[in-house]
Write a protein that binds this ligand. Structure first.
Ligand SMILES: [Zn+2]
Length: 238
């Protein structure tokens, strides 16, 4: 599929609304349009919001110079901090209105400032898969044409998903018991993210659950399942 979309440039120069419109125009499947969730996970604000911080500091500095004032570096730092806080509030608002990646955004969005400022918590490949639902889950593999059915290989449930893995599937009971011991009984993603941000032990327990589960799945699922044509996969995702 030819898509005239340079993600490196786009992330650094084009408003997200324009990027999403380009993705829609080119027929990119919805599950690949979760730019807002990707940025939130990475802690990288959209360029236009980053620019608002630079703009606020620039205009404040220009105003000081126009008045022939020489403010201390601490004053400039305070202006930058306030502008950053305003930017995070605006970003939270944008995330609350984003259309795609809602499961991830509903967990991170309300905790965005804590997510950005967390003193602990390394994002692993497997952890991101469970946080986004984009990974070795029946419903996702079915969407992208990697599997014939979205069902769970562990328990036979009609739909396997990241949340099914976390909270329901009997195939992961033992690993879930350890997770519950660290994050509590509520295994909804917002509650887990809250616990992860509160306590490094909970973060590590969640990351460990994701790694263990993924290692188990890798042994059970064929790493190279048959792939349908690209056209058939895209048609299924729309
Ligand atoms: Zn299952």
């Amino acid at each position: 599929m030819a898509v005239s979309f340079d993600i490196a440039n786009a992330f650094n120069s084009i408003p997200h609304s324009a990027i999403l419109e380009a993705l829609r125009y080119h027929g990119v499947p919805t599950y690949l349009r979760s730019l807002a969730a990707a940025c939130a996970l990475a802690g990288t604000p959209p360029w236009e919001l980053e620019a608002s911080v630079l703009s606020a500091v620039y205009h404040w500095t220009a105003e000081q110079r126009a008045r022939d004032l020489r403010p201390a570096p601490e004053e400039r730092g305070a202006v930058r901090r306030h502008a950053h806080e305003d930017m995070v509030r605006d970003w939270e608002g944008d995330l609350s209105r984003a259309q795609f990646g809602r499961r991830t955004l509903d967990a991170i969005g309300p905790n965005l400032d804590r997510w950005l400022e967390r003193p602990h918590g390394f994002l692993t490949y497997r952890l991101v898969q469970v946080l986004t639902g984009h990974g070795c889950f029946g419903n996702y593999l079915h969407k992208i044409g990697r599997e014939e059915s979205p069902s769970c290989h562990e328990c036979g449930a009609a739909v396997d998903s990241a949340q099914h893995t976390l909270a329901v599937c009997p195939g992961w009971e033992e690993q879930r018991r350890v997770l519950v011991g660290a994050v509590g009984q509520d295994l909804s993603l917002p509650s887990i993210v809250n616990a992860m941000l509160d306590d490094e032990r909970a973060w590590k327990a969640m990351a460990s659950f994701c790694e263990t589960r993924s290692a188990g799945m890798a042994m059970r699922r064929s790493p190279y399942p048959p792939r349908p044509s690209v056209a058939a996969a895209l048609a299924r995702c729309r």
